[in-house]
Design a protein around this ligand. Structure first.
Ligand SMILES: NC(=O)c1ccc[n+]([C@@H]2O[C@H](COP(=O)([O-])OP(=O)(O)OC[C@H]3O[C@@H](n4cnc5c(N)ncnc54)[C@H](O)[C@@H]3O)[C@@H](O)[C@H]2O)c1
Length: 245
């Protein structure tokens, strides 16, 4: 019998990450879902919930990431896919952002993605053909006013993804960054509450006329870690409904 393909999804307790975990499980992956915390009913109604294993871990702590992968190395001989969805958003410009918010943003959004990729690379290499997809943001390509730490951290995710693509392509590992626009998740619902906005306000400037959904991003992730994207690496793929700044 053919062994199941395996995937690690980070930020898998969140809006986009949980949809990605569901989609990869539907694609036939056994999914290790990494996050600080999970809702009690995460994947309760998912027909493929048996293929999703929750792993609580602080992805802002390189030692905790290493410990989680030490455990995974005990269970796995190889890994076919890694999707990093972990991320936090802290608002502020250069003068209003707190020092703590700057460091926290980079600790989770950049260090968390980098150290997870670093731990996963030897397992991904053993698969012979494998892929990483890292969530950045369209703000990593064009910064948003008043979001200096978040925008800079997402630019770093685009750049580190391109570096990994350069360094590991010949080992059979493809790496792409994904740059979503507005996707309706707890992160964006919080932004709407903070700014007294509705979903319709958010949709108004989007050419396609609606705010994105986590399944939209999950479909792209499925493609990017699947065989049909075998010539794609080093990309920064936008999924914005046409809104590019
Ligand atoms: N929602 C959007 O519109 C949008 C747009 C562009 C990019 N993104 C990016 O997509 C990713 C997912 O965002 P989302 O909207 O689903 O947000 P979300 O807040 O629902 O999910 C983020 C997840 O990351 C987890 N997390 C945060 N810090 C962690 C830590 N230290 N250790 C482990 N887990 C931690 C949270 O627990 C949460 O489950 C993020 O990287 C975000 O920056 C989102």
């Amino acid at each position: 019998m053919e062994e199941a393909k395996t995937a690690v999804v980070t930020g898998a307790g969140g809006g986009i990450g949980s949809a990605v975990a569901s989609r990869l499980a539907a694609d036939g992956f056994h999914v290790y879902a990494l996050d600080l915390r999970f809702a009690d009913d995460a994947w309760k109604d998912d027909p493929n919930k048996d293929r999703i294993e929750s792993v609580p871990v602080d992805l802002g702590d390189p030692a905790a990431i290493k410990a989680a992968f030490d455990e995974l190395r005990g269970k796995l001989t190889s890994l076919e896919a890694l999707v990093n969805c972990v991320g936090i958003m802290r608002r502020g410009d250069a003068l209003t952002l707190t020092e703590q918010d700057w460091f926290d943003t980079f600790r989770v959004n950049v260090d968390g993605v980098f150290f997870t990729c670093r731990e996963a690379l030897p397992l991904l290499e053993k698969a012979g053909s494998s892929a990483i997809a890292n969530i950045a943001s369209n703000w990593g390509l064009t910064p948003s006013p008043g979001h200096i730490a978040y925008s800079a951290s997402k630019a770093a995710v685009v750049s580190l993804s391109k570096s990994l693509a350069l360094d590991y392509g010949r080992l059979g590992i493809r790496v792409n960054a994904v740059c979503p626009g507005e996707i309706l998740t707890p992160m964006v619902e919080q932004k709407l509450r903070d700014n007294g906005m509705t979903e319709e306000d958010l949709a108004a400037p989007i050419p396609i006329g609606r705010v994105g959904r986590p399944v939209d991003v999950a479909g792209l992730m499925s493609y990017l870690v699947g065989p049909e994207s075998s010539y794609m690496t080093g990309g920064a793929v936008e999924i914005t409904g046409g809104l590019w700044s």
